[in-house]
Ligand binder design. Structure first.
Ligand SMILES: [Fe+2]
Length: 196
């Protein structure tokens, strides 16, 4: 049985940052520190948001009502990989289980592959149009699923962004959507209230 409290606390803290009108640099430092805390334990992710599928899955855990940020669980089955894509907003990627590889891709014809980052549990990296915004991500493990928790500076599943053909550099419009129709229930606090 998972206990969703760490996720609720994280979302509260991120909402406070949003209410303070946090700059990108605060999101990428203070927000990253909060995400590091969240992924330091692996007891809270609801099972239904940890299921791999025939292609990598993107489960929405929470979207801020003003779409200032969202929190997503990415589940990578063995051998699964994204297309080359951008984000257009800042993002934080925190590794919860397993291992993933993120490879930077630079514009051009053909596109050039840059820095390769191996992400292991507990690690957080950032993406942003002001840093590296184009990459390809894959599961580093051949035999089991890997899971990372992402935070973006918007409702990422509904943002028009791009996928790229690395050979020709051609750019195509892309709206990712989400794989779940319902978000986890953060608000059943009856257990703690009954125990009080
Ligand atoms: Fe990405």
């Amino acid at each position: 049985m998972t206990d969703i409290t760490p996720l609720r606390d994280f979302i509260r803290a991120m909402t406070r940052l949003a209410d303070e009108g946090a700059t990108e640099s605060r999101w990428l430092t203070e927000g990253a520190a909060l995400l590091r805390q969240l992924i330091a334990n692996d007891t809270w992710l609801p099972e239904e948001c940890a299921q791999p599928g025939p292609r990598y899955r993107q489960y929405l855990l929470h979207c801020d009502p003003m779409e200032r940020f969202c929190v997503v669980s990415f589940v990578w089955g063995p051998g699964q990989k994204t297309p080359v894509h951008n984000h257009t907003v800042w993002g934080l990627v925190g590794m919860l289980r397993g291992e993933e590889i993120s490879t930077e891709v630079k514009p051009g014809v053909p596109m050039a592959f840059g820095q390769v980052d191996h992400l292991r549990p507990g690690e957080v990296v950032a993406v942003s149009p002001n840093l590296t915004d184009i990459h390809v991500v894959e599961n580093a493990l051949p035999d089991r699923a890997s899971i990372s928790i992402h935070v973006y500076g918007g409702n990422i599943g509904a943002i028009a962004r791009s996928v790229f053909d690395p050979v020709t550099g051609a750019q195509k419009r892309f709206v990712s959507g989400y794989d779940n129709a319902a978000v986890p229930n953060l608000w059943d606090r009856s257990k703690e209230m009954r125990a009080a």
